[in-house]
Design a protein around this ligand. Structure first.
Ligand code: FAD
Length: 394
């Protein structure tokens, strides 16, 4: 295709859609983002907030672990304003955890994740609220990020390159050209209840756990499994670092400091509809129990609330925790014979930038547009700028 300036519609303004808007706009695309709610009103605004070092996945999901450590390093550089680089500990609470330690060390080493055994005394000295009966402690480069600021920083960076954000626009249909290929979308403006259409050279479905539902509007199957998790927040910040249990990924294995709170997470179960996720009281109780194993003082600290959201996991024959945390881009021309539409889903908040990079590479290749990704090289725009009128970057 020979175009002077290619155009792209991105459906969804979570981390993935915002990072992709920045990447494509920076590569010279005219970008239109269409989001049915507010920025980060899907899973991204209700995530745990752990900038993964990858250590959580280094034994069971090496592909995701390597993506996490690589992106952890990049995001700490380009998104400093959104990240509290506090580091993390993996702590053993029983013999089974201790037995996992050698596999964990080997896995981390194989994935390029710097892990150091620091000893119980040092761990308790630096984190006095930790369970005093821990048997071992390892240090990893985890961090905590502010979800809303991260999405806004990517969106502000996209707006600097001219991207337009249409929030409160619900995508309800796809426009087709004479060959049956997709050339745009139809949406409902939820402020005015009026129908509206947008046209572009390419449309990207970046709707996370809703990617299957949105693709279905075009009659295209995408095997995404909405896999929710429940998190419980406490009124007090009890540790300075991220505290992980030294075990395979499990319920309630990560306790995170978020500003002045502590947040334990998560559970993992499947639902049909990502728009209706119950917060089961028994899951909240279980989170509370597991949080208190890591930091006993939490028993007496008031819960601030429980919340949930759905992971967009790529389905297959497996389910739940056995599904990989990696991501996938689908070119619906090669898979389903429908051109003009790409879907990106799966992944983690931590890997949203590289998800955007790979998707933008695919989009550029499809349109014959030769611009390389530069998003790993420059700090993101100040997140406050998302709400200010902006000019196209020089
Ligand atoms: C419980 C839980 C804890 C997690 N914790 C972490 C963590 O600590 N660290 C980490 O790295 N990752 C974590 N993740 C994963 C991470 O949060 C997700 O991978 C990420 O937020 C997905 O972003 P996204 O942009 O792909 O999807 P979303 O944020 O869900 O964005 C999709 C958007 O599409 C919009 N949309 C849907 N349908 C339509 C439509 N018809 N028209 C227009 N717009 C539409 C939605 O409103 C939504 O805003 C966690 C996930 C869960 C569930």
């Amino acid at each position: 295709m020979s175009v002077t300036q290619p155009s792209a519609i991105i459906i969804g303004a979570g981390f993935t859609g915002c990072a992709l808007a920045y990447d494509l706009a920076q590569r010279g695309f005219a970008v239109t983002v269409v989001e049915r709610g507010e920025l980060a009103s899907g899973t991204s605004g209700r995530t745990h907030g752990l900038l993964h070092s990858g250590a959580r996945y280094c034994v069971t999901d090496a592909e995701a672990a390597v993506e996490c450590i690589q992106e952890n390093i990049i995001l700490r550089r380009i998104a400093k304003q959104c990240i509290e680089y506090n580091g993390g500990y993996f702590v053993a609470l029983d013999d089974a955890d201790l037995a996992y330690a050698p596999v964990f060390s080997q896995g981390a080493q194989a994935c390029g994740i710097p892990v150091e055994e620091i000893g119980v005394k040092r761990a308790l000295g630096t984190e006095p609220a930790l369970n005093p009966n821990i048997l071992a402690a390892y240090q990893v480069p985890d961090a905590a990020f502010d979800p809303l600021r991260l999405a806004m920083a990517f969106a502000a960076s996209a707006r600097r390159y001219g991207a337009k954000f249409n929030t409160y626009h619900d995508v309800v249909g796809f426009l087709r050209d004479g060959n049956g290929n997709i050339c745009g979308i139809s949406a409902v403006n939820r402020h005015s209840a009026q129908p509206v259409e947008f046209q572009a050279d390419i449309t990207v479905n970046a709707t996370g756990a809703w990617a299957g539902k949105v693709a279905e509007i075009a009659g295209i199957p995408v095997p995404v499994r909405p896999t929710p998790g429940v998190m419980v927040a406490y009124e007090k910040r009890v540790t300075e670092r991220v505290i992980n249990r030294l075990c395979e990924p499990d319920d309630g294995d990560i306790l995170l400091p978020q500003r002045r709170m502590a947040v334990i997470g998560t559970t993992s179960f499947e639902v049909e509809d990502a728009d209706y996720i119950p917060v089961h009281p028994d899951q909240v109780k279980e989170m509370h129990k597991r949080a208190a194993l890591l930091v006993p003082a939490l028993v007496n600290i008031k819960m601030r609330g429980a919340y949930m959201s759905a992971r967009p996991l790529i389905g297959g024959m497996m389910s739940g925790r056995s599904l990989s945390r990696t991501f996938k881009c689908y070119d619906h021309r090669t898979i389903d014979g429908v051109d003009g539409l790409v879907t990106v889903t799966g992944g983690k908040a931590t890997t949203c930038r590289v998800m955007a990079e790979k998707t933008a590479d695919l989009v550029c290749q499809k349109l014959g547009w030769q611009r390389v990704c530069e998003t790993a090289q420059h700090p993101l725009a100040d997140y406050h700028l998302y709400y200010q009128s902006t000019e196209v970057a020089a």
